[in-house]
Design a protein around this ligand. Structure first.
Ligand code: MTE
Ligand code: QUE
Ligand code: MOS
Length: 744
């Protein structure tokens, strides 16, 4: 339904009569003291019911961990685009019009916009995080070769097709139903309850689906839901808020941009002996999830490589910009790009094929298999994946062809690159690794499934429905999944960290097993089966070699007073982590993949084209190969956008300048590589006991796109073998042009 365009989103559903609409007035300075806000003109504008500012809200501050985000700026504005007033009007357009009439007098302060400025002024949200092993300083000192450098890694706007939207509907007493386009209905519920000072059981949050979330609706959906609820409480009317695209881009967080500073020591073969890597992240004005994001960046700064002596330090830079948030990969991609860039530069500095340098540094199976945070890798298949992809993609022949092409062409240069992915699966915050489900069978044998996960186009509902259909041996058409609701399954975690199907699949399976147990006990007694159990297959129940249609059996069970519904619960095993020592076992398992990319570069202009991409990706025993292929393709393209064309620009004073598709370039269909081969690694299953032995797939494929950036870097190197460092991300055409000409 998502793909065909037949799905209904919140904005498609008819609103109740009398629904009022919200718009925000936004700050046009990045940092300053609010001297006064003039709301008279807005209040007198057509169709306006009321205008509120911070002082009108009792419980002003929200946030997922620290409550450090005022719903409306109070006394001070801390980023360009921050909401300073909220307008309630009869229609969306009237509210938007009135919002432009709000006039704020703001005494402008100096703002801290960039990572460099934050580092210089020691503007941090928290202490640095350090993950370390061995003695990196000593190892670098002793090493035969060393290399230092700095890489700037851009952020990314989520650009979900459906923007942030919420509607609140007062019901009875202090109760309210809130429809929110969110990955985290539970957090929306808890924050709405908090701002209204009502118990959590007074609020029901419902999410039917999102038109994309990508991490951008993990925490950033709450502000809209809360402002709707506040207005609903004041007016006792349904209230809807839908952000215009520009406001959405200004107001909500993005992927964190990073600066990576590194120093590495290595042998003549390119074996890494020691690394000192500093990762500084632009977090914005508040904490949000930045702690967990920077920590995931550090956990992926080894990627697939065994580094005996490593010090990875993460800085949480506090800046006068929107508060950056979760985005597919959750810091992992930034950490991984940093190490892949280093490995590529090591290879170039010693004139070896980067593939060989990658291979000799890989984690192995029984030795060299401990990460800097002390987790032993038990499921390593990166060596096999590499061998298979190198073979399938003809990498070695193509390397020679690229060399030949580059000899024969003066202004066009080709680049070829390979990159591996090893991505840790689980929330690194232990308590989030839990999920619940509710399965009901009706008298006619139709099945109703609810679980704590949300659908955002990743196919989670289908996957969990498949699990349920499989348990009862019925066709998936018999299983209906309805909207995620905090009233069906409480205290859920966000649908994030790629673990939606792992966790909700297991919880739903557990619910099915409990119902099957009820049914089995009933049948044993009713049919006098002795030791024999019943079986569920092909829409029948097999009872002592006799078959009964599933629906007949269910109605029989009902008449005999069998409980036909159950909840189910799952908590991911084996996870533990000591946050003080930064050591432990933060991940249940790892997902692997690899990618080969080839580009051709016009050295006169910096323009390039991605010619060919070959992917081999591990999803364990796939729950649904079609969906998984879609996730790999989509994740890769989204990663390619991040590293190639998507560039966020701020003015010196902190105004975000790229607030729409005209200035911010997400990949279009024409950017699909001409040769695009995506293969799921066949005939394998998860080493750990996951749902049907599958693996998570949502985030890992995004990082396959690192090979496109490396291929561009390789083309630049092929144009000038002295040009080893100096390409930043994204590799926009301008950026590539400057890198090509940096020595002239
Ligand atoms: N795929 C689509 N189509 N839309 C999305 O918003 N989000 C990604 C990924 N794939 C997303 C997507 C992100 S950031 C995550 S964490 C996972 O899906 C979440 O879903 P899962 O855990 O069910 O894989
Ligand atoms: C990966 C993730 C998340 C994460 C850790 C990961 C994530 C997330 C949180 C988180 C942490 C603490 C909280 C909270 C959320 O951690 O998505 O509400 O209090 O939300 O390794 O994707
Ligand atoms: Mo995904 S960034 O964990 O929502």
């Amino acid at each position: 339904m998502h793909v065909q365009g037949s799905a209904n989103y919140i904005d498609d559903v008819a609103v109740p009569d009398g629904t009022l609409h919200v718009a925000f007035a936004l700050s046009n300075v990045a940092h300053g003291k609010i001297k006064s806000i003039d709301i008279d003109a807005a209040r007198n504008s057509d169709g306006v019911h009321s205008v509120i500012i911070a002082e009108d809200i009792e419980n002003l501050s929200i946030g997922p961990i620290r409550h450090d985000e005022p719903i409306l700026a109070s006394k001070e504005v801390v980023f360009f685009g921050q909401a300073i007033a909220a307008i309630l009007a009869d229609s969306h357009n009237q509210a938007k019009k009135a919002a432009l009439l709000v006039k704020a007098e703001i005494e402008e302060f100096e703002s801290i916009v960039t990572i460099d400025q934050a580092m210089k002024s020691k503007s941090f949200l928290d202490d640095p995080i350090i993950v370390s092993t061995g003695d990196s300083k000593k190892a670098i000192k002793k090493a035969k070769n060393t290399l230092t450098g700095s890489l700037s890694i851009g952020g990314q706007e989520h650009y979900y097709l459906e923007g942030q939207v919420a509607i609140s509907i007062p019901t009875e007493g202090n109760e309210m139903v809130v429809h929110s386009s969110t990955q985290n209905p539970t957090e929306v519920q808890h924050l709405v309850a908090h701002v209204l000072s009502v118990p959590q059981n007074a609020i029901e949050v419902i999410t039917r689906r999102m038109g994309g979330g990508f991490g951008g609706k993990e925490t950033d959906s709450s502000q809209l839901a809360c402002i709707c609820a506040i207005f609903s409480e004041k007016t006792n009317k349904p209230v809807k808020a839908r952000l215009p695209r520009k406001d959405d881009i200004l107001l909500t967080g993005k992927r964190h941009d990073f600066v990576a500073n590194y120093e590495v020591g290595y042998s003549d073969e390119g074996l890494i002996e020691g690394i000192n890597l500093e990762l500084a992240a632009r977090c914005g004005y508040s904490l949000d999830l930045s702690m967990a994001i920077v920590s995931r960046a550090l956990f992926h700064a080894d990627n697939a490589y065994h580094i005996p002596n490593a010090t990875f330090t993460g800085y949480l830079c506090k800046t006068n910009t929107a508060s950056n948030t979760a985005f597919r990969g959750f810091g992992g991609p930034q950490g991984m790009l940093a190490i892949e860039n280093i490995v590529e530069e090591i290879a170039n500095s010693i004139g070896r094929d980067p593939l060989e340098v990658r291979r000799i540094n890989y984690y192995q199976k029984d030795t060299n298999n401990v990460t800097p945070y002390d987790q032993v890798i038990e499921d390593n298949i990166i060596n096999e994946i590499t061998n298979e992809l190198i073979e399938d993609s003809n990498y070695l022949t193509r390397r020679k062809k690229v060399e030949k092409f580059n000899k024969e062409n003066k202004y066009l240069k080709k680049g070829l690159a390979f990159s591996p992915v090893k991505f840790g699966i689980s929330f690194t915050t232990q308590f989030l690794n839990q999920a619940g489900a509710l399965v009901s069978i009706y008298k006619d044998g139709s099945i109703h499934l609810n679980h704590g996960g949300t659908e955002m186009g990743q196919g989670l509902f289908i996957k969990v429905a498949q699990v349920v259909a499989h348990e009862f041996g019925v066709d998936i058409s018999r299983v209906k999944v309805s909207a995620t609701s905090t009233a069906k399954v409480p205290n859920t975690s966000p649908t994030a960290a790629s673990s939606g199907s792992d966790m909700n699949g297991m919880a739903a399976r557990e619910a099915c097993l409990r119902i099957k147990n009820n049914l089995n006990n009933f049948a044993k007694e009713f049919f006098d089966l002795g030791e024999n159990n019943i079986k569920f297959q092909d829409s029948f129940v097999v009872i002592n070699k006799k078959q009964m249609p599933f629906n007949e059996f269910i109605s029989l069970a009902y008449l005999n007073r069998v409980e036909l519904f159950s909840n189910g619960f799952y908590k991911t095993p084996k996870i533990h982590f000591d946050a003080v020592k930064q050591k432990g076992h933060p991940f249940f398992y790892y997902s692997y993949g690899a990618c080969v990319s080839e580009v051709v570069l016009d050295c006169l202009t910096g323009e390039y084209k991605i010619l060919a991409v070959d992917i081999l990706h591990d999803v364990g025993a796939s729950l649904n190969p079609a969906i998984d292929t879609g996730q790999i393709v989509g994740g890769f393209i989204q990663g390619m956008g991040w590293l190639c064309s998507e560039e966020l620009k701020w003015s010196d004073s902190g105004a975000l300048l790229t607030t729409g598709a005209s200035t911010y370039k997400i990949p279009a269909i024409g950017d699909t590589p001409e040769h695009f081969e995506v293969k799921i690694k066949p005939n394998i299953s998860n080493h750990e006991n996951t749902i049907h032995k599958s693996k998570a797939v949502g985030e890992p494929p995004l990082m396959l796109a690192i090979s496109t950036w490396l291929a561009i870097k390789n083309a630049i190197y092929n144009a000038d073998k002295d040009n080893i460092t100096g390409l930043d991300a994204p590799a926009s055409f301008e950026q590539v042009f400057f890198s090509l000409n940096k020595n002239s």
